[in-house]
Design a protein around this ligand. Structure first.
Ligand SMILES: Nc1ncnc2c1ncn2[C@@H]1O[C@H](COP(=O)(O)OP(=O)(O)O)[C@@H](O)[C@H]1O
Ligand SMILES: N[C@@H](CCC(=O)OP(=O)(O)O)C(=O)O
Length: 369
């Protein structure tokens, strides 16, 4: 028995598109039903459960007469718009058999990187769990543009696990664990336990499975596992068919043991969920101030800006050698930066007005990479 699993009080379970749909496209009601039975069982044992479910796009294909997942973003969004409602309806009906109420939570990256939105998301989850609701999370596919799109639900699930202070993340897919090579290759064997991610140096990680409805394949699952274990949350990766056994603590799939400790949550989203809108370059003194003293980035240490960003956007902070040292939410538009370069806050306040005394990136909005 895996103690990390059976002792878990709050569990985030992520299920991939390939585990929810039929070969012909559309939701497979039997698979949804089987998964819901497993989640209800975990709740009966006293665990709180948050479900991160993919499958909106896949579920929308058949009703729209589409044969396969479209490439164009607008078509994916239309499919998600049709599919998400159907998917949540299916879950709601199945959960009702167990007397459990479902709640839908659709997130965009923006919702959780900006401080006020982040607090709001946190409060919503807390309230839902407090009320005994089973939250069903997905990316808000219909509004997420390609620039701000999260794209894969594996990393989203890891970040949600951290957000809700879960003590276990379960990733369910169409493959029963991590293999040392793509499972279709002869001789590939399953890895039972991963104590440290360095052990995976020789593992061949491949793309999505044969079903053709997933995104990211094993690559995004390992990224998700890294985010979770480094933040102190163990991860079980297994097939959806083995979900019951996995949640009962049986030795199935791959268990990634926690290696690190909990970190400041919003900054984890900033590091792992955002695409930078541009970059700000720093002199050597500013790099030292950020990395060694945990200081804010002041205009005095800025040497330039690249890209078209607006105040509040995530940007990379780049040292004189071109290395990205941090990511932060910038407090100025890109066009404003040239006039700030190398100048003291006092000087800027006197010259341009009191608003220009503010930091370029405040330390609370900054994560070292
Ligand atoms: N080393 C590996 N171990 C296990 N699975 C792998 C590996 N490399 C590639 N894969 C593939 O990753 C797929 C799962 O990812 P994906 O299709 O995105 O599923 P999901 O829809 O569940 O997110 C599996 O079907 C498998 O073929
Ligand atoms: N938000 C998308 C999920 C994309 C995704 O990550 O899919 P998967 O690789 O099947 O987990 C959807 O619901 O279709």
């Amino acid at each position: 028995m895996r103690a990390q699993v059976v002792d878990a009080k709050r569990i985030v379970v992520k299920v991939g598109s390939s585990s929810l749909t039929t070969a012909a496209g559309g939701i497979d009601p039997d698979r949804v039903s089987a998964l819901v039975d497993v989640l209800a069982e975990a709740r009966k044992r006293g665990a709180e459960v948050v479900l991160v479910s993919s499958g909106a796009i896949a579920a929308g294909l058949a009703p729209l007469g589409l044969k396969k997942r479209p490439k164009a973003l607008a078509a994916q969004q239309a499919a998600a718009s049709v599919g998400q409602g159907l998917l949540v309806h299916r879950y709601t009906e199945e959960l009702a058999r167990h007397g459990v109420t479902a709640g839908q939570v659709l997130l965009t990256v923006d919702d959780v990187t900006r401080r006020s939105h982040y607090r709001n998301a946190l409060a919503t989850f807390a309230k839902l769990l407090d009320l005994g609701v089973l939250p069903i999370v997905n990316e808000n596919d219909t509004v997420a543009t390609s620039e701000i799109r999260f794209g894969d639900n594996d990393r989203l699930a890891a970040l949600v696990a951290h957000l809700v202070h879960a003590d276990l993340l379960v990733l369910l897919s169409d493959v029963d664990g991590l293999y040392d090579a793509p499972p279709s290759s002869p001789g590939a064997t399953r890895i039972g336990d991963v104590m440290a991610l360095e052990e995976l140096a020789g593992v061949q990680v491949g793309k999505t499975g044969a079903a053709g409805v997933g995104t990211g394949g094993m690559v995004t699952k390992l990224e998700a596992a890294r985010i979770a274990v480094e933040a102190g949350i163990p991860v079980v990766l297994t097939a959806a068919d083995h979900a019951g056994a996995a949640l009962a603590g049986e030795d199935t799939g791959t268990l990634f043991h926690a290696t690190g400790r909990r970190q400041r949550t919003r900054l984890l989203w900033l590091a792992h969920a955002t695409e930078p809108a541009g970059s700000v370059t720093l002199d050597a003194g500013a790099v030292r101030a950020l990395t060694q003293r945990g200081a804010s980035l002041l205009a005095a240490g800025v040497t330039g800006a690249h890209g078209r960003f607006h105040a509040g956007d995530p940007v990379d902070l780049v040292g004189p050698d071109g290395a990205v040292v941090a990511r932060g939410l910038v407090a100025y538009d890109a066009e404003e930066i040239p006039q700030l370069v190398g100048r003291s806050s006092k000087d800027l306040e006197a010259d341009l007005g009191p608003a220009y005394g503010r930091e370029v990136v405040h330390r609370d909005d900054l994560v070292l990479l």
